[in-house]
Design a binder for this molecule. Structure first.
Ligand code: UD1
Ligand code: CA
Length: 459
């Protein structure tokens, strides 16, 4: 097998997106589109990957990390000019170079692999990945000669007459003989409607020299969608969602309504998980077997243990054990750790706190910066008072404690093992083990007082 190189074009601003965010960073199911491209390319064996960056180079490079080398295209003079920026790194190499646009995030590793295989089998100088488009407008058209060979590619804006009727489009993905590519790029001019150096002109240049130019047509136009505006972005989101959801369903996950279930590409879900409509599951989330999520639940970067149930709630950057119940209407904020068989009921917020096994916070509570032991019961309306306007303090509640309803635990404070806090208490001092703490005003009943007031004559 010849050496294989990849060049990813990601320097454009993406004017048609009408956005502050650089085009290739717009996410599709939470992952920037250029990262989708890189992840798929990584499944093909490559000797070198180079990404051409320009607009927002710094931001784009943050998302590329160590997966690819980067080269700066200072001025965006067209896709041909973009590829030329990789010349210093590639020009002496023998082998095949695949060029891919950073705005075609749906093309799969299998398609890249098939394109390489076709190109190498045909022993071509260049092979363009094409597709038949139901509506080819906006795309470069593949013009074939009377022997049905690819003659050249004409951009939509430069196309005239019958060229505009051609429905076979250039997907923007090509394999080239590496040395032939860089040699031909020096012959590309910018004499066209957009005044740009077009990469697809290399196809025409090689063909006119009687070099072998081939086309590999995929039957899946949807996969080759180029994202130039937000309408296409929404289409990509839809296609990617369908692809990911179908893979989970084939793995044994039940999605009640896959059209209204949004699962990111890095989420891991075990079999027999049940997901209700309106669930958004993002980041590096893992959901273990028999869990039940939703409806209307957002989970970002969490571990959800076996057979846990999370309803109408939001959970972020947290660890939730096995057989835990959350919701409806709860908010698990970052750095929460919820033990096995614990319960977080309705209207409960938990932040940067750990809750031991079998502990319960059934209703209307705020648990922040707290270390809660096992088998603790926290009554309705309890608040860990963790913030004095400047600093945050820790509340510790030891195993088997019982916190009565509507209590304030003013941190830093510890409630000892097995102790009771009476309802309505404001606890400002540590409660020892096995104690009952009452911290509220004593009740006074004034007999007959109510009717006395009611019967007072008005002046
Ligand atoms: C390009 C192709 C078109 C094809 C379509 C497929 C050209 C001239 N046209 O058109 O034939 O049908 O893709 O989606 O190649 N870029 C740079 N530097 C530049 C210009 C662009 O890095 O100077 C990058 C962009 O960031 C983008 C990619 O190249 O990721 C494609 O550029 P874009 O302007 O979107 O090209 P299209 O008009 O879609
Ligand atoms: Ca494009």
């Amino acid at each position: 097998m010849a050496n294989r190189y990849a060049v990813i074009l990601a320097a454009g601003q993406g004017t048609r997106m009408k956005s502050k965010l650089y085009k290739v960073l717009h996410p599709v199911l939470g992952r920037p589109m250029v990262q989708h491209v890189i992840e798929q390319l990584k499944t093909v064996k490559l000797d070198k990957m180079i990404t051409i960056v320009g607009h927002g180079a710094e931001k784009v490079s943050e998302h590329i990390g160590n997966d690819s080398q980067m080269v700066l295209q200072e001025e965006q003079l067209g896709t041909g000019h973009a590829v030329l920026q990789a010349e210093d790194l590639l020009k002496d190499k023998d082998g095949t170079t695949i060029v891919v646009c950073g705005d075609t995030p749906l093309i799969t590793g299998e398609t890249y692999q098939a394109l390489f295989a076709h190109h190498e089998q045909e022993d071509a100088m260049a092979t363009v990945l094409t597709a038949k488009a139901p509506d080819p407008s906006g795309y470069g058209r593949v013009i074939r000669n009377d022997r049905n060979e690819v003659e050249r590619i004409v951009e939509h804006k430069d196309a005239v007459g019958s060229e505009l009727q051609v429905d076979e489009i250039n997907t923007g993905t090509y394999c080239f003989d590496n040395k032939a590519l860089f040699e031909a790029l020096h012959h590309v001019s910018n004499d066209n409607v957009q005044g740009e150096y077009y990469l697809p002109d290399v196809i025409g240049i090689l063909q006119s020299r009687n070099e072998k130019v081939s086309a590999f047509q995929t039957s899946d136009f949807e996969e080759t969608l180029g994202i130039n505006d937000r309408v296409a972005l929404a289409q990509a989101e839809k296609t990617m969602k369908k692809r990911i959801n179908e893979a989970h369903m084939r793995n044994g996950v039940t999605l009640i309504d896959p059209d209204h279930t949004y699962i990111g590409p890095d989420v891991v879900i075990e079999q027999d998980v049940l997901i209700h409509p309106g669930s958004v599951i993002k980041g590096e989330t893992t959901i273990r077997t028999d869990a039940e999520i939703g409806p209307h639940t957002e989970i970002d970067n969490c571990y959800i243990g076996r057979a846990s149930v999370i309803k109408q709630s939001v959970a972020r950057e947290s660890h939730i054990g096995n057989r835990v119940q959350v919701g409806p209407f709860s908010h698990i904020r970052p750095e929460a750790s919820i033990g096995n068989e614990a319960k977080i009921g309705n209207f409960v917020e938990v932040k940067k706190s750990s809750l031991g096994d079998k502990s319960k916070v059934p209703h209307l509570s705020y648990i922040g910066d707290a270390d809660v032991g096992n088998n603790v019961n926290i009554g309705c309306g309890t608040i860990t008072v963790n913030y004095d306007g400047k600093n945050k303090y820790l509340t510790t509640i030891e195993d088997d404690a019982f916190i009565g309803c509507n209590s304030n635990l003013v941190a830093p404070v510890t409630v000892g093992k097995g102790s009771f806090v009476a309802a309505g208490s404001t606890i400002t001092k540590d409660v020892p083990e096995d104690a009952l703490s009452i911290a509220r005003a004593r009740q006074a009943n004034k007999e007959g007082y109510a009717s006395r007031i009611k019967n007072q004559k008005k002046d």
